[in-house]
Design a protein around this ligand. Structure first.
Ligand code: UDX
Ligand code: UDX
Length: 471
């Protein structure tokens, strides 16, 4: 087993450090925020991530995981040093801000006194491995210190981070020293995943291209959703029909309010910026971002179409987090939507299972007047005297609400389903004026597994009848 140091205890750093400890390694996590380290040493996590608290506690108890702000302590005897600090969007037209990665590299250089492999885990622009090399070489203090640099991008999703770390689709490693990349690969052997071992630039690019492609799939289906709405088709059925084509696949074809979070928005911006800097015109990436921005605005358009001016109305909002199973509010659609409707004079009633606190902070950061926002304890409280209800985050608990009770509590039965979690025909039966994202109100599809003629077909078309009708 190895001695590992991880710099940064955010989503990526804390999950990476804890999971590597859980594989049997001895891990020290460093973070510059003293308060975060003090809370972590009391077992209090800075983030909500399912299963992480138990795993942190188990590995701290076992003496395999510890937290410090001290670089000398963290780097002591470390064979591998992971950089997992934030790379937010800088103020240079969307490019990634590398200040924190460079400051972490400088701190490594000033405290390293032996050979170690430095691994970039943060999402960093193409060429950043060289930047890290240069910063460390220029600031090395100890004559006994030496290092190699490896790029090892992370692909974990928030809300499913432990699962994604332990069951990666692939492990990507890039370095100008293949031996160093192979040493890092050995850390992941127990995960039994395929390795892509390549050069630094290509590894860095794989991360951006992967995120940008997933964001493109989302913006594509959202554009199709708008076409469906105008032509009377149902985007959910369209996505199912498309997804059976193995070249397309079912995942990341959920039309809705578009993507948010700490990664897609900033990574697509950063990639477009890199293309610009390289003298190219990233038309597709620009379109992906424009479609995504417009998508969340559509909710306000639908509300204005149904309610006219929102002045004096009450709008119920279900969900704050940028997606379910996280409390992360970074680039969350809810913040923009609440900002836009309160700016029109509406009062908002909102509920989120875990992101109420982070949501309140995010709204304040965006200068939303919290007088205009009531934080509720349940979805039913949100519906109370509401003129419309908007589903913003597709938490599971919203899918099994008593919609009759919701309807009865509302002043006007208007339901904007920003994540297409309900069936249009069913909601109409409850008496809602229902608007999904790209949903025509046609009956639910019948999808029979290939060759299945036995399953209960009440309300569904028997295979034979299908074949008969086609001949
Ligand atoms: C990180 C990367 O920022 C992002 O590029 C990548 O896509 C995902 O991983 P995340 O883990 O979500 O994102 O970042 P964040 O939650 O902001 O955590 C970064 C941590 O690094 C913070 O705890 C911060 O205090 C710490 N940090 C930052 C340091 O310890 N040192 C620094 O110099 C800067
Ligand atoms: C993403 C990548 O999936 C992950 O590999 C990378 O390491 C970090 O960025 P994350 O941001 O946690 O992970 O969330 P993800 O589940 O990918 O969702 C991103 C956004 O896209 C969310 O706002 C989600 O609501 C939206 N989304 C996702 C859709 O609108 N439709 C979909 O079909 C899928």
């Amino acid at each position: 087993m190895s001695v590992i140091c991880v710099i940064g205890t955010g989503y990526v750093g804390l999950v990476t450090g804890t999971c590597l400890a859980d594989l049997g390694n001895t891990v020290t996590c460093i973070d510059i925020v003293q308060e975060k380290i003090d809370r972590l040493n009391k077992g209090i996590l800075p983030i909500y991530e399912p299963g992480l608290e138990e795993m942190v506690e188990r590995n701290v108890q076992a003496g395999r995981l510890r937290f410090t702000t001290s670089y000398p302590e963290g780097l002591e005897n470390s064979e591998f040093i992971f950089i997992a600090v934030n790379t937010p969007t800088g103020n240079n037209q969307g490019g990634a801000d590398m200040r924190y990665v460079e400051s972490a590299a400088r701190s490594i250089a000033e405290n390293l006194d032996h050979y170690a492999i430095v691994i970039n885990k943060s999402t960093v622009p193409v060429g950043s491995g060289d930047v890290v090399s240069r910063v460390i070489s220029n600031n090395l203090k100890s004559p006994d210190a030496s290092f190699s640099v490896v790029s090892n991008p992370e692909f974990l999703r928030e809300g499913a981070a432990l699962l994604d770390f332990q069951n990666p689709d692939r492990i990507v490693l890039g370095s100008s020293e293949p031996e160093a990349a192979h040493k890092v690969a050995r850390l992941y052997l127990q995960l039994r995943a395929p390795f892509v071992i390549t050069d630094l630039y290509t590894a860095e690019m794989i991360k951006y291209a992967s995120n940008a492609f997933l964001a493109t799939k989302i913006s594509f289906i959202n554009e199709i959703a708008q076409v469906c709405e105008r032509l009377g088709a149902d985007v959910k059925q369209v996505a199912v029909g498309m997804g059976y084509d193995k070249r397309i696949g079912h995942s990341f074809l959920d039309a809705g309010l578009g993507y948010g979070g700490s990664c897609f928005p900033k990574d697509v911006r950063a990639l477009a910026h890199m293309a610009d800097e390289a003298g190219l015109h990233p038309q597709m990436l620009r379109a992906v971002m424009d479609i995504n921005h417009d998508q969340r605005r559509l909710v306000v358009t639908k509300l204005n179409n149904l309610l006219g001016s929102l002045r004096g109305t009450t709008i119920g909002i279900l969900g704050l987090a940028f997606k379910p199973n996280t409390d992360d509010m970074r680039e969350a659609p809810a913040v923009d939507i609440i900002h836009w409707v309160t700016s029109q004079g509406a009062h908002v009633r909102v509920y989120d299972p875990v992101a109420a606190e982070t949501g309140r902070e995010a709204l304040m950061r965006e200068n939303v007047n919290l007088q205009d926002v009531t934080f509720c304890k349940t979805s039913y409280e949100v519906a109370d005297q509401a003129d419309a209800l908007v589903v913003v985050t597709e938490w599971n608990e919203f899918k099994s609400l008593n919609m009759q009770k919701i309807r009865a509590a509302m002043r006007q039965p208007i339901l904007i389903d920003g994540r297409n979690i309900y069936e249009p025909s069913e909601m109409s039966r409850y008496g809602f004026t229902y608007r999904g994202m790209g949903r025509a109100t046609s009956p639910a599809p019948s999808i029979l597994p290939a060759g299945d003629t036995t399953s209960d077909m009440s309300g569904q078309v028997a295979q034979e009848t299908l074949i008969a009708s086609e001949s």
